[in-house]
Design a protein around this ligand. Structure first.
Ligand code: CA2
Length: 144
């Protein structure tokens, strides 16, 4: 059975607790439950992690080489400036889909640019938690 890792970056453990107009009312636990259910429907395995620490995110990306068939990542604010996370993604030979809950292009200018997008398979933005469901579906049904 194919196995996918979902990586959430800094502050995403605060989902549902603040800024519902931007990020919605659902919590990180709700997201993980949604993805677990989606994985059952798609007949794949999913495991989720969240960290506020850049190095832990990088270690998880590296470990995924031996543990997964693909990665879904929301790097949080690291999206906009972490060349280290970009290099980690580039170092693994796995399909990686970048997800953002909010429509970053409608927000502050510093959120408009992603330094990780050039090394990902694709990017989904602005569709709330459903973006993760779409990403998991794309990986599950993909050829890679
Ligand atoms: O839209 C996204 O998913 C973001 O990756 C979320 C990041 C932000 O820095 C990116 O520009 C876009 C921030 C996550 C913070 O999450 C919070 C959740 C609830 C309350 C406060 C922050």
């Amino acid at each position: 059975m194919k196995r996918f890792i979902v990586i959430n970056g800094p502050n995403l453990n605060r989902l549902g607790k603040r800024e519902p107009s931007v990020y919605g009312h659902e919590t990180l636990g709700d997201l993980e439950a949604l993805l677990t259910k989606t994985a059952i429907d798609l007949e794949v395995e999913v495991s989720c992690m969240q960290s506020n620490h850049e190095g832990e995110l990088i270690d998880c990306i590296h470990r995924s080489v031996d543990e997964a068939d693909g990665i879904i990542i929301n790097p949080g604010a690291f999206t906009h400036y972490s060349y280290a996370i970009r290099d980690a993604i580039a170092s693994v030979d796995l399909p990686v889909i970048e997800v953002h809950i909010s429509n970053v292009h409608r927000r502050e200018a510093f959120r408009h640019h992603s330094v990780v997008s050039p090394v990902t398979k694709g990017q989904i933005v602005g569709l709330g938690l459903y973006g993760y469901v779409l990403a998991l579906t794309a990986l599950a049904k993909g050829e890679e």
